[in-house]
Design a protein around this ligand. Structure first.
Ligand code: RIB
Length: 305
């Protein structure tokens, strides 16, 4: 067990362009919104910040464009203590962006990948040491699938466990699904995973996030739900990323899976109480204080069957 595990994230970096409005516009409709924000985002970068705030030493492998957004998001990661030596700047390509609409206590997101498409197997090969030196590797699906396949392979060769957050969902090869230690879908992504012919083989490594209900995992052949927390929701963007960053950190610290999920649930709950994906992500101290105050602490586990 180590108090400061090393987490390597191979993933996306975006600038989030967020508008809030009372209602979601319907097809063909123009509406007046309430607010506009630009915030650093991208599932990879968000998970990196979540892990760093939970006390991990985080190495990031990714790509940005040679533009203002690229500089801003990279500087932001540095400020968060994330090691950015693995980030490459790609000429003549824009930094990834996400167009986000916040409304009705939920969000809708369109990502334009830009430089994230240049996170190639070759780039990962160049930074291979960062993977080999890690306690865990954390991946999402906002970079090319060939890079996911390559990273899973080299992490496996180095004996480093991989957690894969299959978002946004894409079909994955057996060589990926059966060689990651943890898969962290939300409920919609879990429905898709269940269509996989390898589902039975991968079921025990699946941790399904269920919003404020909590997260489910398999123990001794039974699905168990680790209950979530009720908080005042301001912005759910990045809640799943907070869960993943915190979960990877806790697992790499040597925590039992149910304990790690309990902590990650608390981190995710705190993250939705503020606007912006990374803005509301809590520190380890804040998570620990929140858990101490939380009364249903004792009743965290329920059988799902
Ligand atoms: O998970 C939330 C993230 O998804 C946003 O920050 C956005 O950039 C998209 O990648």
């Amino acid at each position: 067990m180590t108090d400061k595990p090393t987490v390597c994230i191979v993933g996306s970096i975006n600038m989030d362009l967020t508008v809030s409005a009372k209602n979601m516009p319907v097809k063909g409709e123009t509406i007046l919104g309430d607010d506009f924000f630009t915030n650093p985002g991208g599932k990879g970068a968000n998970q990196a910040v979540a892990a760093a705030r939970m006390g991990a030493s985080v190495n990031f492998i990714g790509a940005v464009g040679d533009d203002t957004f690229g500089k801003t998001v990279t500087d932001n990661l540095k400020r968060e203590g994330v090691h950015t030596e693995g980030i490459t700047t790609v000429p003549d390509t824009p930094t990834g962006i996400a167009n986000i609409i916040l409304s009705e206590r939920d969000n809708r997101i369109i990502v334009v990948s830009g430089a994230n498409n240049q996170v190639t197997p070759q780039l990962v090969e160049e930074k291979r040491k960062l993977i080999e030196q890690s306690d865990i590797v954390l991946l999402q699906l906002e970079i090319p699938i060939s890079t996911i396949e390559f990273t899973v392979r080299i992490a496996g060769e180095a004996g480093v466990p991989v957690m894969l957050n299959p978002a946004p969902f894409q079909q994955l090869k057996k060589s990926v699904l059966c060689n990651v230690s943890y898969l962290t879908p939300n409920e919609l992504e879990d429905d898709e995973l269940q269509k996989s012919p390898f589902y039975k083989q991968i079921e025990t490594g699946i941790i399904t996030t269920k919003g404020e209900q909590g997260a489910a995992f398999t123990e001794d052949g039974n699905r168990q739900l680790i209950a979530g927390h009720h908080v005042d929701v301001v912005d759910t963007t990045g809640a799943g990323d907070t869960f993943n960053g915190a979960l990877a950190t806790e697992i790499a610290r040597g925590k039992k899976l149910h304990q790690a999920i309990h902590t990650a649930n608390a981190a995710a709950a705190l993250s939705v109480t503020k606007i912006g994906a990374q803005n509301g992500m809590p520190t380890r101290k804040q998570v620990e204080e929140f858990l101490q105050e939380d009364e249903h602490h004792e009743k965290i586990r329920h059988s799902e069957s």
